[in-house]
Write a protein that binds this ligand. Structure first.
Ligand code: SF4
Ligand code: SF4
Length: 107
């Protein structure tokens, strides 16, 4: 299980910095830096605001699918870390502006 803390408050799935989408998909195959990763499940609250009411009832995310095979926490396309931080812009309108702040490059 992976707990997700998220700073991106402009996402429909964000409530009180918790993520209410499960599973989420983190992307950035072959990334060598954190800013080359992103949360592919981001949904713009300004466009999809009504969806948030529904998603909050589902509970918080606990599974992270991830294709960042260059990260040391990636095990068969799943995140093996018990807690990750998605960041960094609170008010972005684009999923590409989000990052996995817990990315660590494999040695
Ligand atoms: S940006 Fe990703 S991690 Fe953050 S709330 Fe949205 S779906 Fe969840
Ligand atoms: S910590 Fe690594 S494996 Fe886990 S979601 Fe972030 S980039 Fe993917």
């Amino acid at each position: 299980m992976t707990q997700v803390h998220c700073d991106v408050t402009s996402c429909s799935y964000n409530k009180d910095y918790g993520c209410h989408m499960d599973p989420i998909n983190v992307g950035g195959k072959g990334a060598s830096f954190e800013n080359l990763t992103c949360c592919g499940s981001y949904l713009n609250k300004h466009t999809y605001s009504n969806l948030a009411e529904y998603t909050y009832r589902r509970g918080e995310a606990d599974t992270v699918h991830c294709n960042v095979s260059s990260c040391k926490y990636n095990e068969s396309q799943l995140c093996s870390k018990d807690h990750i931080d998605i960041c960094c812009s609170k008010e972005t309108d684009y999923y590409m502006d989000t990052n996995c702040g817990s990315f660590e490059k494999q040695c």
